[in-house]
Design a protein around this ligand. Structure first.
Ligand code: DX5
Ligand code: ZN
Length: 216
């Protein structure tokens, strides 16, 4: 069964603990945490302090998506704060193997992310080194944007290479995922779906998660 990772970017930060508890009770599989630095993306969000505050709220894996430059400077802080998965962008990391090794050296799962316009080929050489591949289906920076349909063949491509190369990383999709777009991602090979506004903009979070899961 494809997992759901609600993104707290669309949660009410004045009551973040309660918001997370609701999605945990509603059937979330991971908690997705969007870290933005105002340089790699045009928005500023969360630092290690918030990850540390969220850690005692749930045992679910904290899936930390770094949309930042100089990620290697902050890996240790996010690992110590309690991240279970840390993903870094191919576009923002020149020395990808080094960054991924650094993440793993802290006992954290390491993933690589690519933007919608970045071809799958850009991460092919790194696939044997990752625990997770995150494919963006919006340009990162904000919640609530529309799903970019043209990324779907890339999901299939990564899934095909995973099989050919006999690898076992997870494929995660992030951006514009809702009850209309989830099925196409799952059919193409997605294992984890990030959903921000489709979960947190609904009053009943359990129903919102189920509405997505019921489509596949
Ligand atoms: C976008 C973030 C996403 C975002 C998704 O930059 O990486 O995780 O929260 O939000 P929705 O699901 O609303 O597109
Ligand atoms: Zn994200």
């Amino acid at each position: 069964m494809t997992k759901i990772a609600p993104s707290i970017l669309s949660a009410d930060f004045a009551k973040l603990g309660q918001e997370i508890q609701e999605v945990v009770d509603g059937g979330a599989d991971y908690i997705h945490i969007d870290v933005m630095d105002g340089h790699f993306v045009p928005n500023i969000t969360i630092g290690p302090l918030i990850v540390d505050a969220v850690r005692p709220v749930t045992d679910l894996p904290l899936d930390v998506h770094l949309m930042i430059e100089n990620a290697e400077q902050y890996i240790e802080a996010f690992a110590k704060a309690g991240a279970d998965i840390i993903t870094v962008h191919q576009e923002a990391n020149v020395h990808l193997h080094r960054t991924l090794q650094l993440i793993k050296s802290h006992g954290v799962k390491a993933g690589v992310v690519i933007n919608p316009a970045t071809p799958a080929e850009a991460i092919k050489p790194i696939l044997p080194d990752v625990d997770l591949v995150l494919l963006m289906t919006v340009n990162p920076g904000f919640g609530g944007q529309s799903f970019i349909e043209s990324v779907v063949p890339k999901i299939q491509q990564i899934a095909d290479w995973r099989k050919e190369m006999d690898l076992s990383f997870e494929i995660e999709i992030d951006g514009g995922v809702n009850s209309e777009t989830a099925k196409t991602c799952v059919e193409a090979g997605a294992d984890v779906l990030v959903a921000g506004s489709a979960v947190f903009n609904k009053k009943d979070r359990k129903a919102a998660i189920e509405a997505i899961k019921n489509t596949y």
